[in-house]
Design a protein around this ligand. Structure first.
Ligand SMILES: Nc1nc2c(ncn2[C@@H]2O[C@H](COP(=O)(O)OP(=O)(O)OP(=O)(O)O)[C@@H](O)[C@H]2O)c(=O)[nH]1
Ligand SMILES: [Mg+2]
Length: 298
């Protein structure tokens, strides 16, 4: 490895739905984190890893910082804020189409306590008139000591190359933390449950997207080209279970089909996906269940 090899950890924080996961996927060039138009899609920190000849960038996706209403929300906000310690750079992302709000104020309070360099990313600029950018920059520029203010479109990639070169400049000399071909720190099992959860988010609304969890029970290679996956979708109430199964099982069938097609594409095998739905009353507030499901900051 060259002596000048650079590496570092860069976290992306912001309110829910601003486009953090979209940016990570855009930079890594693969789906390492699921995306949806619902708030609070990301629930864990996820490392997206970009390695080239002279550097390794570890981008940390985080849950959107919001006012928690459950123990799960407490966990999500805690893990996001915890990433602010011990990183080489912080990217604070805001949505160009949303005004400055209490959520941003809360995040800025945290950002003003840390020493790491911080960039302000103004995302979704494809949705605004270029002239509107000035007033957005004006609103934020003095709220924190930003080293750079970068307007981007995470969705269409606009200005993302420029952002990447600004990030690279900030990486210190350091080792390779991950193998060259590793794109994420998360396991296949984790990604499978997330892809299934993404399809649930896509097809449900109101409280359901937030009150479900997906557990992969078994993953079994049944032949060279075939894999059998059994997963359970956890809901909080019997009525939600009914909606998720749908009339004559149609909803569950749609979710299963879409998840299967994407998983086959990712894993490169034929997949037999069996989905079950189970009620676990108030799981988002039960510490023992949260720990069992992997929401444990310790
Ligand atoms: N038009 C437009 N839409 C975007 C852009 N970036 C993200 N989106 C959309 O915004 C929505 C939220 O994107 P995510 O990447 O899931 O947002 P997030 O910040 O990770 O959200 P949480 O995980 O809930 O905190 C999705 O519908 C994206 O397609 C962008 O640059 N332009
Ligand atoms: Mg996200």
């Amino acid at each position: 490895m060259a002596e000048s090899f650079r590496s570092g950890f860069v976290t992306i924080v912001g309110r829910p739905n601003v486009g953090k996961s979209t940016l990570i996927n855009q930079i890594i060039g693969e789906k390492v984190s699921i995306i949806s138009d619902k708030i609070q899609t990301t629930r864990h920190t996820i490392h997206g890893i970009l390695t080239d000849e002279d550097m390794q960038l570890i981008l940390i996706d985080t849950p959107g910082i919001h006012k928690p209403k459950h123990k799960l929300g407490d966990y999500m906000v805690d893990v996001s804020i915890n990433t602010l310690n011990d990183v080489d750079l912080v990217l604070f992302m805001v949505n160009a189409t949303e005004g400055y709000g209490k959520g941003d104020e809360f995040i800025l309070k945290q950002l003003n306590k840390i020493d790491s360099p911080i960039f302000l990313l103004i995302n979704k600029v494809d949705l605004i008139h270029p002239d509107e950018l000035f007033s957005i920059i004006d609103t934020y520029k003095d709220t924190c000591d930003f080293e750079e203010i970068v307007p981007v479109s995470a969705l269409n990639g606009n200005n993302v190359k420029k952002l990447l070169s600004l990030i690279k400049e900030r990486l210190p000399n350091g080792p390779k933390y991950y193998e060259d071909d590793q794109l994420t720190n998360r396991s296949d099992r984790f990604m499978i449950s997330e892809i299934i959860r993404e399809k649930v988010l896509l097809h449900t609304k109101e409280e359901i997207p937030h009150s479900i969890n997906v557990i992969v029970e078994t993953m079994e290679q049944t032949s060279k080209q075939k894999m059998h996956i059994q997963a359970t979708i956890i809901t909080e109430r019997q009525t939600q279970k009914g909606i998720l199964i749908g009339k004559k099982g149609q909803m569950l069938k749609t979710i299963g089909q879409e998840a299967r097609l994407e998983l086959e594409d990712i894993i490169g095998k034929n997949i037999f996906l069996e989905l079950w739905v189970k009620v676990q009353k108030d799981w988002r507030n039960k510490q023992s269940l949260l720990t069992q499901y992997g929401f444990d900051s310790n």
